[in-house]
Design a binder for this molecule. Structure first.
Ligand SMILES: Cc1c2[nH]c(c1CCC(=O)O)Cc1[nH]c(c(CCC(=O)O)c1C)Cc1[nH]c(c(CCC(=O)O)c1C)Cc1[nH]c(c(C)c1CCC(=O)O)C2
Length: 346
């Protein structure tokens, strides 16, 4: 007899290596500014971090895209920069400017208080457990954190930067301090992700959004090794905890990342060629991706064509359909509807 108490979650099963007839789909940044209902909730919250730390609002915002579209997963609404905030660094989101942090190069690492971080993240964990109790049983609940290198680029540079030069230089000039910062982020991420799993997350994604611009030595030290330690550290507590790793821009470093970190599934950015991925990555490795978000803005026939190419390109392995980076605010809702219908074969 089949066990009906544990419903199938197609997206989770795909992460675990089961190929589906049609790829399941979720969309990076699926809750966000392209949705009018998000913009309305956002004005109620005051600042962006308050939205992340208010479970009523964070749950509401997480559910908004699932009410509109037939997506296979909910992703916890939060941000990768709640971790530096919880560690005690000053983090602000200025309208129109993105995140602004007080660089740890100015304050020193002494301002960071790892022992208090999890307590400050309690509202986010509350959001995860309320979501598990709310979403349909066949939907996968995705938790996440930023990977240490990516979070460190913001902690050191104080803001997003096109080449992460501040963090790359700091790592080269002050390798011991940099390693200490990475250690703090690895340890905090392990406890944070274990807590997310305990609160009901099915799978977690490691957002390594700035994996580009690193030579192979820096990539091995600051991307592969910290991601590997997080996977290992979480699995010491939760054996077999499912991970999606998304090292954006990793390019030729992707096979090494996939082999060394232990992630179950690999997120591919939109610059990754389908044919190259097909031959360079192990044939059973589940992949996620990788539509250019601007194709979703432009819509029309080019969108349909590329969606079909991506589905065909990954049809011989477990595949989760997604964008190759986050959805942008200019995206028309009708195009998202068209995408989801196409992926579902309707
Ligand atoms: C680098 C990074 C950040 N945050 C995140 C990353 C990694 C993924 C990526 O590369 O896009 C991850 C993130 N940010 C957000 C989520 C929520 C979950 C989801 O729907 O995917 C997730 C998973 C909400 C958000 N995080 C942010 C918003 C917009 C804030 C607003 O409403 O004003 C949202 C919905 C703000 C944010 N947060 C961050 C930046 C650079 C910005 C400003 C730029 C921007 O607005 O896109 C840091």
């Amino acid at each position: 007899m089949t066990d009906t108490s544990r419903p199938e979650r197609a997206l989770l099963n795909t992460v675990l290596g089961q190929r589906q007839e049609r790829p399941p789909i979720w969309i990076m940044r699926q809750a966000g500014r392209y949705l009018p209902e998000y913009r309305e909730t956002r004005t109620k919250a005051g600042n962006f971090l308050d939205l992340c730390y208010t479970p009523d609002l964070a749950v509401e915002v997480t559910l908004q895209p699932l009410r509109r579209f037939d997506l296979d997963a909910a992703i916890l609404f939060s941000d990768i920069l709640v971790v530096p905030d919880a560690l005690g660094q000053s983090v602000r989101f200025a309208t129109g400017e993105g995140p602004l942090l007080e660089p740890v190069t100015e304050t020193g690492l002494g301002v960071l208080r790892p022992e208090q971080a999890l307590e400050r993240l309690a509202p986010v964990l509350e959001t995860v457990s309320r979501l598990r109790g709310t979403i349909d049983a066949d939907k996968t609940l995705i938790g996440f954190c930023g990977s240490p290198w990516t979070v460190a680029t913001y902690m050191i540079g104080g803001r997003g930067s096109p080449d992460q030069a501040a963090a790359r230089l700091y790592a080269l000039r002050h390798p011991e301090d940099f390693a200490r910062l990475i250690d703090i982020l690895v340890d905090t991420s392990i406890s944070y992700l274990v807590a997310q799993f305990n609160a009901g997350a099915d799978v977690v994604q490691l957002f390594e959004s700035w994996a580009l611009n690193l030579d192979e030595v820096a990539f091995a030290n600051w991307v592969i090794e910290p991601n590997r330690r997080i996977v290992e550290g979480v699995r010491r507590v939760i054996p077999d905890a499912p991970f999606i790793g998304f090292p954006r821009g990793a390019a030729g470093n992707l096979p090494a990342y996939a082999a060394a970190t232990g992630v179950n599934a690999l997120g591919l950015d939109y610059a990754t060629p389908l044919g190259w991925a097909g031959s360079a990555l192990p044939s059973a490795l589940p992949v996620q991706g990788n539509l250019d978000p601007l194709r979703l803005v432009a819509g029309g026939e080019q969108l349909d064509r590329r969606v079909d190419e991506i589905i065909a390109g990954f049809s011989n392995r477990p595949h989760i359909f997604n964008l190759g980076h986050g959805i942008v605010p200019e995206t028309p809702i009708a195009h998202v509807e068209r995408l989801v219908a196409r992926v579902k074969g309707r």
